[in-house]
Design a protein around this ligand. Structure first.
Ligand code: C5P
Length: 236
């Protein structure tokens, strides 16, 4: 069987970059295009799943056929993910969730005033949605496959793969898709906005990391194939 392997399954996907409100007209954002998450939603649909896409800011259109839940901030995304998680057989956190948000959202626009000191924005940590989804699953005992993403760079203390392994253990999700941070023509490191991707799929259960590269659609197909195998294995 190829297509239709996810028939009867519900897949919940988050995608895009959250926007953390500063005042009614301004936000702190990030460069996530949402392309990889949207491609995963599309691949899950193609495999016959029912798909809910919790969409933060996307540079691309949400796929036809998915139930799309638009959100702005990380807190809104958290609420939407926790609301839809109880009905999901699998969850993919592909969104670029802001690690920090301004402590307060000002009720009115921050004004520039010559007589006042420059404003200082205080940031507070956002909740880790992925970790919370894993906790929710263990608290409820619901059978559910949870997939996280990570973009890691290596340094003197470890390789990207080593950092990803540690993150996988810390977050407790079943699979972690490691984005190898690429370099563009100028040598600058770059992960966002590209049409091509190269990833390693790591499993909490262990085993050799699985490499997948190509267009974001090809990478999404590989991730969804692996998810389908894991879902089938967990029922065998
Ligand atoms: O810790 P880090 O941000 O590298 O982890 C990336 C993974 O965790 C992604 O799957 C991302 O969607 C998720 N995440 C989250 N909530 C956060 C930060 C990241 O769910 N506040």
């Amino acid at each position: 069987r190829g297509a239709g392997r996810l028939a009867g399954r519900h897949v919940l996907v988050s995608a895009g970059g959250t926007r953390e409100p500063l005042d009614p007209v301004r936000f702190l954002g990030n460069r996530s295009s949402g392309k990889q998450g949207v491609a995963i939603a599309r691949a899950a649909l193609a495999a016959g799943a029912r798909v809910t896409l919790v969409a933060a800011h996307l540079d691309v259109a949400a796929p036809e056929g998915a139930e799309t839940v638009p959100v702005g901030s990380a807190l809104e995304m958290r609420e939407a993910m926790l609301e839809h998680a109880p009905r999901a057989d699998a969850i993919v956190m592909a969104a670029a969730v802001a690690d920090f948000r301004p402590r307060t959202e000002r009720a009115s626009k921050l004004k520039k005033r010559d007589d006042a000191a420059d404003p200082v924005v205080e940031l507070v940590r956002n909740p880790d949605i992925l970790a919370e989804l894993v906790q929710r699953r263990s608290a409820t005992g619901q059978p559910q496959l949870i997939v996280g993403f990570a973009a890691e760079t290596g340094d003197d203390d470890g390789t990207p793969l080593e950092y990803a392994r540690a993150k996988l253990a810390r977050k407790g999700c079943d699979l972690l898709v490691l984005n190898e941070v690429g370099t563009d023509a100028s040598g600058a490191q770059r992960v966002f906005g590209r049409d091509e991707n190269s990833v390693m799929i790591l499993a909490l259960a262990g085993g050799e990391p699985q490499h997948a590269a190509g267009s974001k659609d090809e990478v999404a197909a590989a991730v969804v194939r692996r998810m389908t195998d894991e879902l089938a294995a967990s029922e065998a």
